[in-house]
Design a protein around this ligand. Sequence first.
Ligand code: NAD
Length: 484
Amino acid sequence: MKKIPSIDCRHFINGKYVDSNDKRTFENINPATEEVLGTVAEGGKTEVDYAVAAAKRALAGPWKNTTLVERSKMLRNIGDLILERQEELVHLESYDTGKPFWLANSIDIPRAAYNFHFFADYITSVGQEAYQQNQQALHYTHRKPVGVVGLIKPWNLPLLLLTWKLAPCIGMGNAAVVKPAEWTPMTATVLMEIIKDAGVPDGIVNLVHGFGPNSAGGAIAEHPDVDAISFIGEPRTGSSIMKAGADTIKKLSFELGGKNPNIIFADSDLDEVVETTIKSSFINQGEVCLCGSRIYVERNAFESFVKKFVERTKQLKVGNPFDETTNVGALISKEHYDRVNSYLDIAREDGANILTGGKRPEGMDTGYYLEPTIITGLDRNSRCVREEIFGPVVTITPFDMEEEVIMQANDTHYGLSATIWTNDLRRAHRVAHQIDAGIIWVNTWFLRDLRTPFGGMKHSGSGRAGGMHSIDFYSELSNITIKL
Ligand code: NAD
Protein backbone atom coordinates (compact mmCIF):
# COMPACT_ATOMS: atom_id res chain seq x y z
CA MET A 1 0.00 0.00 0.00
CA LYS A 2 1.19 3.48 -0.88
CA LYS A 3 2.83 5.13 2.12
CA ILE A 4 1.48 8.53 3.14
CA PRO A 5 3.20 11.06 5.34
CA SER A 6 1.92 11.17 8.89
CA ILE A 7 -1.15 13.40 9.12
CA ASP A 8 -1.88 15.05 12.44
CA CYS A 9 -5.40 16.37 13.03
CA ARG A 10 -5.97 19.42 15.23
CA HIS A 11 -9.12 21.20 16.33
CA PHE A 12 -10.32 24.18 14.31
CA ILE A 13 -11.65 26.98 16.50
CA ASN A 14 -12.38 30.55 15.47
CA GLY A 15 -10.63 30.10 12.11
CA LYS A 16 -7.40 28.52 13.44
CA TYR A 17 -6.04 25.01 13.87
CA VAL A 18 -5.25 24.54 17.57
CA ASP A 19 -4.12 21.80 19.96
CA SER A 20 -6.03 20.74 23.05
CA ASN A 21 -5.40 22.90 26.09
CA ASP A 22 -3.54 20.05 27.80
CA LYS A 23 -1.91 18.95 24.47
CA ARG A 24 -3.58 15.55 24.80
CA THR A 25 -3.75 13.43 21.61
CA PHE A 26 -4.76 9.94 20.50
CA GLU A 27 -3.56 7.79 17.62
CA ASN A 28 -5.41 7.42 14.32
CA ILE A 29 -5.05 3.88 12.96
CA ASN A 30 -5.23 2.81 9.31
CA PRO A 31 -7.69 -0.12 9.39
CA ALA A 32 -6.20 -1.70 6.27
CA THR A 33 -2.64 -1.93 7.67
CA GLU A 34 -3.07 -1.37 11.43
CA GLU A 35 -0.35 1.31 11.14
CA VAL A 36 -0.56 4.70 12.82
CA LEU A 37 -1.65 7.40 10.35
CA GLY A 38 -1.00 10.26 12.73
CA THR A 39 -2.19 11.80 15.96
CA VAL A 40 -5.48 13.52 16.70
CA ALA A 41 -5.99 16.28 19.27
CA GLU A 42 -8.23 14.94 22.01
CA GLY A 43 -10.78 17.58 22.91
CA GLY A 44 -13.22 17.71 25.80
CA LYS A 45 -15.31 20.22 27.70
CA THR A 46 -12.66 22.98 27.56
CA GLU A 47 -12.27 22.87 23.77
CA VAL A 48 -16.04 22.59 23.25
CA ASP A 49 -16.51 25.66 25.48
CA TYR A 50 -14.02 27.60 23.31
CA ALA A 51 -15.69 26.43 20.10
CA VAL A 52 -19.23 27.25 21.26
CA ALA A 53 -18.11 30.69 22.49
CA ALA A 54 -16.45 31.37 19.11
CA ALA A 55 -19.63 30.27 17.31
CA LYS A 56 -21.80 32.55 19.46
CA ARG A 57 -19.52 35.54 18.86
CA ALA A 58 -19.46 34.90 15.11
CA LEU A 59 -23.25 34.62 14.98
CA ALA A 60 -23.56 38.08 16.53
CA GLY A 61 -21.10 39.59 14.04
CA PRO A 62 -21.46 40.52 10.35
CA TRP A 63 -22.65 36.95 9.59
CA LYS A 64 -26.12 37.84 10.89
CA ASN A 65 -26.54 40.34 8.07
CA THR A 66 -25.45 38.01 5.26
CA THR A 67 -28.13 37.33 2.67
CA LEU A 68 -29.22 33.94 1.39
CA VAL A 69 -27.59 34.80 -1.92
CA GLU A 70 -24.25 35.56 -0.23
CA ARG A 71 -24.37 32.33 1.75
CA SER A 72 -25.39 30.40 -1.36
CA LYS A 73 -22.25 31.73 -3.04
CA MET A 74 -20.12 30.49 -0.13
CA LEU A 75 -21.71 27.02 -0.34
CA ARG A 76 -20.99 26.94 -4.06
CA ASN A 77 -17.34 27.91 -3.41
CA ILE A 78 -16.99 25.14 -0.83
CA GLY A 79 -18.39 22.56 -3.28
CA ASP A 80 -16.01 23.77 -6.00
CA LEU A 81 -12.99 23.62 -3.66
CA ILE A 82 -13.89 20.07 -2.56
CA LEU A 83 -13.83 19.05 -6.23
CA GLU A 84 -10.49 20.84 -6.75
CA ARG A 85 -9.03 18.85 -3.83
CA GLN A 86 -10.87 15.63 -4.67
CA GLU A 87 -7.79 13.44 -5.10
CA GLU A 88 -6.34 14.43 -1.73
CA LEU A 89 -9.70 13.98 0.03
CA VAL A 90 -10.29 10.59 -1.60
CA HIS A 91 -6.89 9.38 -0.37
CA LEU A 92 -7.53 10.60 3.16
CA GLU A 93 -11.03 9.08 3.30
CA SER A 94 -9.76 5.77 2.02
CA TYR A 95 -6.84 5.65 4.48
CA ASP A 96 -9.07 6.62 7.38
CA THR A 97 -11.97 4.22 6.73
CA GLY A 98 -10.39 1.29 4.84
CA LYS A 99 -12.98 1.73 2.07
CA PRO A 100 -11.95 1.14 -1.58
CA PHE A 101 -10.38 4.20 -3.22
CA TRP A 102 -12.73 3.91 -6.23
CA LEU A 103 -15.73 4.10 -3.90
CA ALA A 104 -14.54 7.26 -2.14
CA ASN A 105 -13.69 8.67 -5.58
CA SER A 106 -17.05 7.87 -7.17
CA ILE A 107 -19.43 8.39 -4.25
CA ASP A 108 -18.15 9.91 -0.98
CA ILE A 109 -16.22 12.94 -2.18
CA PRO A 110 -18.30 13.91 -5.27
CA ARG A 111 -21.43 13.66 -3.13
CA ALA A 112 -19.81 15.82 -0.42
CA ALA A 113 -19.30 18.52 -3.08
CA TYR A 114 -22.82 18.00 -4.40
CA ASN A 115 -24.28 18.45 -0.89
CA PHE A 116 -22.94 22.03 -0.99
CA HIS A 117 -23.91 22.63 -4.62
CA PHE A 118 -27.42 21.26 -4.04
CA PHE A 119 -28.10 23.48 -1.01
CA ALA A 120 -26.46 26.48 -2.71
CA ASP A 121 -29.33 26.31 -5.21
CA TYR A 122 -32.03 25.08 -2.86
CA ILE A 123 -31.78 27.75 -0.16
CA THR A 124 -32.37 30.53 -2.68
CA SER A 125 -35.55 28.89 -3.96
CA VAL A 126 -37.32 28.63 -0.61
CA GLY A 127 -40.51 30.69 -0.37
CA GLN A 128 -42.61 31.62 2.64
CA GLU A 129 -46.17 30.92 3.68
CA ALA A 130 -48.71 33.77 3.56
CA TYR A 131 -52.43 33.76 4.38
CA GLN A 132 -54.92 36.55 4.09
CA GLN A 133 -57.68 36.15 6.70
CA ASN A 134 -60.72 37.82 5.09
CA GLN A 135 -60.36 41.61 5.43
CA GLN A 136 -59.03 41.20 8.95
CA ALA A 137 -55.38 40.27 8.79
CA LEU A 138 -52.40 39.17 6.72
CA HIS A 139 -50.24 36.38 8.16
CA TYR A 140 -46.80 35.52 6.83
CA THR A 141 -43.82 33.51 8.00
CA HIS A 142 -40.26 34.63 8.53
CA ARG A 143 -37.28 32.29 8.94
CA LYS A 144 -34.39 32.86 11.37
CA PRO A 145 -31.34 30.70 12.08
CA VAL A 146 -31.63 28.36 15.07
CA GLY A 147 -28.28 29.46 16.54
CA VAL A 148 -25.31 27.25 17.44
CA VAL A 149 -25.73 23.72 16.06
CA GLY A 150 -23.71 20.70 17.24
CA LEU A 151 -23.00 18.25 14.42
CA ILE A 152 -21.95 14.85 15.82
CA LYS A 153 -21.07 12.39 13.05
CA PRO A 154 -20.22 8.71 12.42
CA TRP A 155 -17.28 7.06 10.65
CA ASN A 156 -18.82 5.12 7.78
CA LEU A 157 -19.28 7.93 5.22
CA PRO A 158 -17.40 10.66 7.08
CA LEU A 159 -17.28 13.62 4.69
CA LEU A 160 -20.49 12.72 2.84
CA LEU A 161 -22.58 12.68 6.03
CA LEU A 162 -20.96 15.71 7.64
CA THR A 163 -21.51 17.88 4.56
CA TRP A 164 -25.10 16.61 4.16
CA LYS A 165 -25.85 18.45 7.43
CA LEU A 166 -23.28 21.25 7.41
CA ALA A 167 -24.39 22.69 4.04
CA PRO A 168 -28.00 23.50 5.06
CA CYS A 169 -26.79 24.43 8.57
CA ILE A 170 -24.60 27.32 7.43
CA GLY A 171 -26.77 27.99 4.38
CA MET A 172 -29.62 28.94 6.74
CA GLY A 173 -27.33 31.26 8.73
CA ASN A 174 -26.39 29.13 11.75
CA ALA A 175 -22.95 28.54 13.29
CA ALA A 176 -21.63 25.01 13.82
CA VAL A 177 -19.51 22.97 16.20
CA VAL A 178 -18.53 19.77 14.41
CA LYS A 179 -17.44 16.53 16.12
CA PRO A 180 -16.28 13.90 13.62
CA ALA A 181 -16.05 10.26 14.67
CA GLU A 182 -12.82 9.50 16.52
CA TRP A 183 -11.94 6.80 13.96
CA THR A 184 -12.17 9.14 10.93
CA PRO A 185 -10.87 12.62 11.71
CA MET A 186 -8.97 13.47 8.52
CA THR A 187 -11.34 14.77 5.83
CA ALA A 188 -13.31 16.88 8.32
CA THR A 189 -10.03 18.52 9.35
CA VAL A 190 -9.18 19.44 5.73
CA LEU A 191 -12.75 20.63 5.15
CA MET A 192 -12.20 23.38 7.73
CA GLU A 193 -9.42 24.88 5.58
CA ILE A 194 -11.67 24.65 2.51
CA ILE A 195 -14.49 26.43 4.34
CA LYS A 196 -12.15 29.24 5.34
CA ASP A 197 -10.80 29.52 1.79
CA ALA A 198 -14.38 29.68 0.50
CA GLY A 199 -14.98 32.91 2.44
CA VAL A 200 -16.94 31.69 5.48
CA PRO A 201 -16.08 33.99 8.40
CA ASP A 202 -13.98 32.69 11.31
CA GLY A 203 -16.00 31.12 14.10
CA ILE A 204 -18.96 30.10 11.93
CA VAL A 205 -17.68 26.55 11.55
CA ASN A 206 -15.59 25.05 14.35
CA LEU A 207 -14.37 21.51 14.84
CA VAL A 208 -13.46 19.64 18.03
CA HIS A 209 -11.98 16.15 17.84
CA GLY A 210 -12.50 13.58 20.56
CA PHE A 211 -14.65 10.74 21.79
CA GLY A 212 -18.27 10.40 22.90
CA PRO A 213 -19.37 10.38 26.54
CA ASN A 214 -17.16 12.32 29.00
CA SER A 215 -15.37 13.79 25.99
CA ALA A 216 -16.09 16.18 23.10
CA GLY A 217 -19.37 14.49 22.01
CA GLY A 218 -20.84 14.52 25.51
CA ALA A 219 -19.72 18.14 26.06
CA ILE A 220 -21.56 19.30 22.91
CA ALA A 221 -24.70 17.37 23.90
CA GLU A 222 -24.74 18.99 27.36
CA HIS A 223 -23.69 22.51 26.42
CA PRO A 224 -26.33 25.08 27.42
CA ASP A 225 -25.44 27.38 24.49
CA VAL A 226 -25.84 24.68 21.84
CA ASP A 227 -29.35 25.24 20.48
CA ALA A 228 -29.69 22.19 18.23
CA ILE A 229 -27.96 18.89 17.60
CA SER A 230 -27.78 17.03 14.34
CA PHE A 231 -26.65 13.52 15.16
CA ILE A 232 -25.96 10.51 12.95
CA GLY A 233 -25.01 7.27 14.70
CA GLU A 234 -26.34 4.46 16.83
CA PRO A 235 -29.75 4.57 18.53
CA ARG A 236 -28.19 4.08 21.99
CA THR A 237 -25.97 7.13 21.45
CA GLY A 238 -29.00 9.08 20.22
CA SER A 239 -30.83 8.22 23.39
CA SER A 240 -27.97 9.43 25.59
CA ILE A 241 -27.63 12.67 23.55
CA MET A 242 -31.38 13.21 24.01
CA LYS A 243 -31.01 12.80 27.78
CA ALA A 244 -27.95 15.08 27.93
CA GLY A 245 -29.76 17.82 25.98
CA ALA A 246 -33.08 17.48 27.79
CA ASP A 247 -32.48 20.18 30.40
CA THR A 248 -31.81 22.80 27.74
CA ILE A 249 -34.62 21.64 25.36
CA LYS A 250 -32.40 21.29 22.30
CA LYS A 251 -33.85 20.89 18.84
CA LEU A 252 -32.80 17.40 17.66
CA SER A 253 -32.35 15.68 14.32
CA PHE A 254 -31.44 11.99 14.54
CA GLU A 255 -30.44 9.65 11.71
CA LEU A 256 -29.82 6.31 13.43
CA GLY A 257 -29.24 2.68 12.60
CA GLY A 258 -31.11 0.24 10.40
CA LYS A 259 -31.78 -3.47 9.93
CA ASN A 260 -33.35 -3.06 6.56
CA PRO A 261 -35.43 -5.71 4.79
CA ASN A 262 -34.71 -6.56 1.14
CA ILE A 263 -37.89 -8.32 -0.04
CA ILE A 264 -37.65 -10.34 -3.22
CA PHE A 265 -40.80 -11.67 -4.90
CA ALA A 266 -40.47 -14.53 -7.39
CA ASP A 267 -41.83 -12.43 -10.29
CA SER A 268 -38.85 -10.02 -10.19
CA ASP A 269 -35.90 -10.06 -12.62
CA LEU A 270 -33.54 -12.22 -10.58
CA ASP A 271 -30.32 -11.28 -12.40
CA GLU A 272 -30.95 -7.59 -11.78
CA VAL A 273 -31.94 -8.36 -8.19
CA VAL A 274 -28.69 -10.26 -7.60
CA GLU A 275 -26.51 -7.45 -9.00
CA THR A 276 -28.20 -4.77 -6.90
CA THR A 277 -28.33 -7.01 -3.83
CA ILE A 278 -24.55 -7.49 -4.06
CA LYS A 279 -24.28 -3.70 -3.64
CA SER A 280 -26.99 -3.34 -1.02
CA SER A 281 -25.33 -6.10 1.04
CA PHE A 282 -21.60 -5.50 0.75
CA ILE A 283 -20.80 -2.02 -0.56
CA ASN A 284 -18.57 -0.10 1.85
CA GLN A 285 -17.99 -3.44 3.68
CA GLY A 286 -21.69 -3.43 4.58
CA GLU A 287 -21.04 -0.37 6.73
CA VAL A 288 -23.94 1.68 5.35
CA CYS A 289 -27.02 2.36 7.44
CA LEU A 290 -29.17 1.67 4.35
CA CYS A 291 -27.73 -1.78 3.60
CA GLY A 292 -30.41 -4.43 3.14
CA SER A 293 -29.00 -6.89 5.66
CA ARG A 294 -32.20 -8.95 6.07
CA ILE A 295 -33.01 -10.61 2.75
CA TYR A 296 -36.42 -12.28 2.33
CA VAL A 297 -37.04 -14.36 -0.81
CA GLU A 298 -40.35 -15.87 -1.96
CA ARG A 299 -39.99 -19.62 -1.55
CA ASN A 300 -40.29 -20.62 -5.21
CA ALA A 301 -37.35 -18.33 -6.11
CA PHE A 302 -35.32 -19.04 -2.96
CA GLU A 303 -33.06 -21.76 -4.28
CA SER A 304 -32.20 -20.08 -7.56
CA PHE A 305 -31.64 -16.68 -5.89
CA VAL A 306 -29.37 -18.19 -3.22
CA LYS A 307 -27.33 -20.10 -5.83
CA LYS A 308 -26.77 -17.02 -8.03
CA PHE A 309 -26.16 -14.71 -5.07
CA VAL A 310 -23.60 -17.00 -3.42
CA GLU A 311 -21.75 -17.51 -6.74
CA ARG A 312 -21.61 -13.78 -7.35
CA THR A 313 -20.53 -13.03 -3.76
CA LYS A 314 -17.64 -15.49 -4.04
CA GLN A 315 -16.32 -13.42 -6.96
CA LEU A 316 -15.96 -10.30 -4.80
CA LYS A 317 -12.37 -9.41 -4.08
CA VAL A 318 -11.53 -8.39 -0.53
CA GLY A 319 -8.29 -6.47 -0.24
CA ASN A 320 -6.11 -3.40 -0.41
CA PRO A 321 -8.39 -0.33 -0.70
CA PHE A 322 -5.99 1.22 -3.22
CA ASP A 323 -6.17 -1.71 -5.64
CA GLU A 324 -8.67 -0.83 -8.39
CA THR A 325 -9.98 -4.39 -8.51
CA THR A 326 -10.87 -4.49 -4.80
CA ASN A 327 -14.60 -4.72 -4.12
CA VAL A 328 -14.54 -4.90 -0.32
CA GLY A 329 -11.98 -3.10 1.85
CA ALA A 330 -11.23 -3.30 5.57
CA LEU A 331 -13.66 -2.83 8.47
CA ILE A 332 -13.18 0.39 10.38
CA SER A 333 -11.39 -0.78 13.56
CA LYS A 334 -10.30 -3.72 15.67
CA GLU A 335 -13.19 -3.06 18.06
CA HIS A 336 -15.76 -3.11 15.24
CA TYR A 337 -14.12 -6.12 13.56
CA ASP A 338 -14.40 -8.08 16.83
CA ARG A 339 -18.02 -6.98 17.22
CA VAL A 340 -18.97 -8.16 13.72
CA ASN A 341 -17.16 -11.48 14.34
CA SER A 342 -19.03 -11.92 17.63
CA TYR A 343 -22.28 -11.95 15.59
CA LEU A 344 -20.85 -14.75 13.45
CA ASP A 345 -20.24 -16.72 16.66
CA ILE A 346 -23.86 -16.10 17.65
CA ALA A 347 -25.01 -17.30 14.22
CA ARG A 348 -23.00 -20.53 14.62
CA GLU A 349 -24.40 -21.09 18.12
CA ASP A 350 -27.91 -20.57 16.72
CA GLY A 351 -27.31 -23.33 14.14
CA ALA A 352 -26.90 -21.13 11.05
CA ASN A 353 -25.61 -22.29 7.66
CA ILE A 354 -22.80 -19.97 6.61
CA LEU A 355 -22.96 -20.38 2.84
CA THR A 356 -19.89 -18.28 2.11
CA GLY A 357 -17.53 -16.04 4.08
CA GLY A 358 -17.52 -15.92 7.86
CA LYS A 359 -13.75 -15.64 8.09
CA ARG A 360 -10.69 -13.55 7.34
CA PRO A 361 -9.53 -13.97 3.72
CA GLU A 362 -6.64 -16.38 3.42
CA GLY A 363 -3.18 -14.83 3.43
CA MET A 364 -4.45 -11.49 4.79
CA ASP A 365 -3.19 -11.50 8.35
CA THR A 366 -2.97 -7.76 8.87
CA GLY A 367 -5.87 -5.31 8.63
CA TYR A 368 -9.50 -5.77 9.65
CA TYR A 369 -10.63 -7.81 6.66
CA LEU A 370 -13.64 -10.10 6.59
CA GLU A 371 -15.05 -12.09 3.66
CA PRO A 372 -18.59 -11.13 2.58
CA THR A 373 -20.82 -13.49 4.52
CA ILE A 374 -24.19 -15.05 3.66
CA ILE A 375 -26.18 -16.82 6.36
CA THR A 376 -29.33 -18.95 6.09
CA GLY A 377 -31.26 -21.15 8.49
CA LEU A 378 -31.74 -18.64 11.29
CA ASP A 379 -34.90 -18.22 13.30
CA ARG A 380 -36.42 -14.71 13.24
CA ASN A 381 -35.53 -14.36 16.94
CA SER A 382 -31.80 -14.84 16.39
CA ARG A 383 -29.84 -11.72 17.32
CA CYS A 384 -28.22 -11.83 13.85
CA VAL A 385 -31.64 -11.31 12.28
CA ARG A 386 -32.77 -8.65 14.76
CA GLU A 387 -29.71 -6.50 15.52
CA GLU A 388 -27.69 -4.21 13.28
CA ILE A 389 -24.34 -5.91 12.55
CA PHE A 390 -23.01 -3.10 10.32
CA GLY A 391 -20.59 -5.31 8.42
CA PRO A 392 -20.50 -7.49 5.27
CA VAL A 393 -23.01 -9.97 6.69
CA VAL A 394 -26.53 -10.75 5.45
CA THR A 395 -29.17 -13.30 6.41
CA ILE A 396 -31.57 -14.87 3.88
CA THR A 397 -34.99 -16.20 4.88
CA PRO A 398 -37.66 -17.76 2.63
CA PHE A 399 -41.33 -16.69 2.80
CA ASP A 400 -44.60 -17.96 1.35
CA MET A 401 -47.18 -15.19 1.76
CA GLU A 402 -47.16 -11.44 1.23
CA GLU A 403 -48.69 -10.82 4.70
CA GLU A 404 -46.04 -13.02 6.28
CA VAL A 405 -43.13 -11.09 4.79
CA ILE A 406 -44.68 -7.73 5.70
CA MET A 407 -45.03 -8.93 9.28
CA GLN A 408 -41.41 -10.14 9.36
CA ALA A 409 -40.10 -6.96 7.72
CA ASN A 410 -41.82 -4.87 10.41
CA ASP A 411 -40.77 -7.16 13.27
CA THR A 412 -37.90 -4.90 14.39
CA HIS A 413 -37.23 -1.77 16.41
CA TYR A 414 -35.70 -0.22 13.31
CA GLY A 415 -37.51 1.56 10.48
CA LEU A 416 -34.95 3.18 8.22
CA SER A 417 -35.28 1.72 4.71
CA ALA A 418 -36.68 -1.23 2.75
CA THR A 419 -36.35 -2.56 -0.78
CA ILE A 420 -39.13 -4.42 -2.60
CA TRP A 421 -38.49 -6.41 -5.79
CA THR A 422 -41.55 -7.24 -7.89
CA ASN A 423 -42.92 -6.61 -11.37
CA ASP A 424 -46.48 -6.50 -10.05
CA LEU A 425 -47.29 -2.80 -9.77
CA ARG A 426 -50.26 -3.23 -7.46
CA ARG A 427 -48.29 -5.43 -5.12
CA ALA A 428 -45.41 -2.92 -5.08
CA HIS A 429 -47.73 -0.15 -3.84
CA ARG A 430 -49.62 -2.45 -1.47
CA VAL A 431 -46.49 -3.75 0.24
CA ALA A 432 -44.72 -0.37 0.28
CA HIS A 433 -47.68 1.21 2.08
CA GLN A 434 -47.51 -1.40 4.84
CA ILE A 435 -43.77 -1.37 5.56
CA ASP A 436 -42.72 0.79 8.52
CA ALA A 437 -39.66 2.51 7.03
CA GLY A 438 -38.80 6.09 6.14
CA ILE A 439 -37.26 5.22 2.77
CA ILE A 440 -38.71 2.51 0.50
CA TRP A 441 -37.21 1.54 -2.84
CA VAL A 442 -39.03 -0.55 -5.44
CA ASN A 443 -36.80 -2.42 -7.92
CA THR A 444 -33.77 -0.32 -6.98
CA TRP A 445 -31.59 0.66 -4.02
CA PHE A 446 -29.73 3.83 -2.90
CA LEU A 447 -31.34 5.94 -5.63
CA ARG A 448 -31.48 9.38 -4.02
CA ASP A 449 -32.86 12.78 -4.93
CA LEU A 450 -31.75 15.31 -2.29
CA ARG A 451 -35.13 17.08 -2.41
CA THR A 452 -36.91 14.02 -0.97
CA PRO A 453 -37.38 13.27 2.76
CA PHE A 454 -34.61 11.12 4.21
CA GLY A 455 -34.71 9.52 7.65
CA GLY A 456 -36.10 6.72 9.72
CA MET A 457 -39.00 5.80 11.96
CA LYS A 458 -39.01 3.92 15.27
CA HIS A 459 -35.44 3.56 16.63
CA SER A 460 -33.97 4.61 13.26
CA GLY A 461 -34.35 8.27 13.96
CA SER A 462 -36.50 11.30 14.34
CA GLY A 463 -37.14 14.03 11.84
CA ARG A 464 -36.24 14.04 8.15
CA ALA A 465 -33.48 15.65 6.12
CA GLY A 466 -33.46 16.66 2.46
CA GLY A 467 -34.93 19.65 0.61
CA MET A 468 -37.50 21.52 2.68
CA HIS A 469 -37.06 19.12 5.62
CA SER A 470 -33.46 20.30 6.08
CA ILE A 471 -34.53 23.94 5.79
CA ASP A 472 -37.13 23.36 8.51
CA PHE A 473 -34.59 21.85 10.90
CA TYR A 474 -31.91 24.50 10.40
CA SER A 475 -34.28 27.46 10.79
CA GLU A 476 -36.92 28.70 13.20
CA LEU A 477 -40.23 30.07 11.93
CA SER A 478 -41.95 33.18 13.20
CA ASN A 479 -45.53 33.81 12.10
CA ILE A 480 -46.19 37.54 11.70
CA THR A 481 -49.76 38.78 11.78
CA ILE A 482 -50.62 42.26 10.47
CA LYS A 483 -54.09 43.59 11.24
CA LEU A 484 -55.58 45.06 8.11
P1 NAD B 1 -21.87 6.03 17.35
O1 NAD B 1 -23.24 6.36 17.84
O2 NAD B 1 -21.05 5.09 18.14
O3 NAD B 1 -20.99 7.35 17.21
C1 NAD B 1 -21.40 8.43 16.39
C2 NAD B 1 -20.78 9.71 16.93
O4 NAD B 1 -21.29 9.98 18.23
C3 NAD B 1 -19.26 9.66 17.07
O5 NAD B 1 -18.74 10.91 16.68
C4 NAD B 1 -19.07 9.42 18.56
O6 NAD B 1 -17.84 9.92 19.06
C5 NAD B 1 -20.23 10.21 19.14
N1 NAD B 1 -20.70 9.75 20.45
C6 NAD B 1 -20.67 8.50 20.96
N2 NAD B 1 -21.24 8.48 22.18
C7 NAD B 1 -21.65 9.75 22.45
C8 NAD B 1 -22.33 10.36 23.55
N3 NAD B 1 -22.72 9.66 24.61
N4 NAD B 1 -22.59 11.69 23.48
C9 NAD B 1 -22.24 12.40 22.39
N5 NAD B 1 -21.58 11.88 21.33
C10 NAD B 1 -21.30 10.57 21.35
O7 NAD B 1 -22.07 5.51 15.86
P2 NAD B 1 -20.95 5.00 14.86
O8 NAD B 1 -20.48 3.66 15.33
O9 NAD B 1 -19.96 6.10 14.62
O10 NAD B 1 -21.77 4.84 13.51
C11 NAD B 1 -22.48 3.69 13.17
C12 NAD B 1 -23.96 3.88 13.40
O11 NAD B 1 -24.43 5.02 12.69
C13 NAD B 1 -24.78 2.72 12.88
O12 NAD B 1 -25.81 2.43 13.79
C14 NAD B 1 -25.36 3.26 11.59
O13 NAD B 1 -26.53 2.63 11.14
C15 NAD B 1 -25.60 4.68 11.95
N6 NAD B 1 -25.72 5.51 10.75
C16 NAD B 1 -26.96 6.00 10.41
C17 NAD B 1 -27.11 6.76 9.26
C18 NAD B 1 -28.46 7.30 8.84
O14 NAD B 1 -28.50 8.11 7.94
N7 NAD B 1 -29.55 6.86 9.44
C19 NAD B 1 -26.00 7.02 8.46
C20 NAD B 1 -24.76 6.49 8.83
C21 NAD B 1 -24.63 5.75 9.99
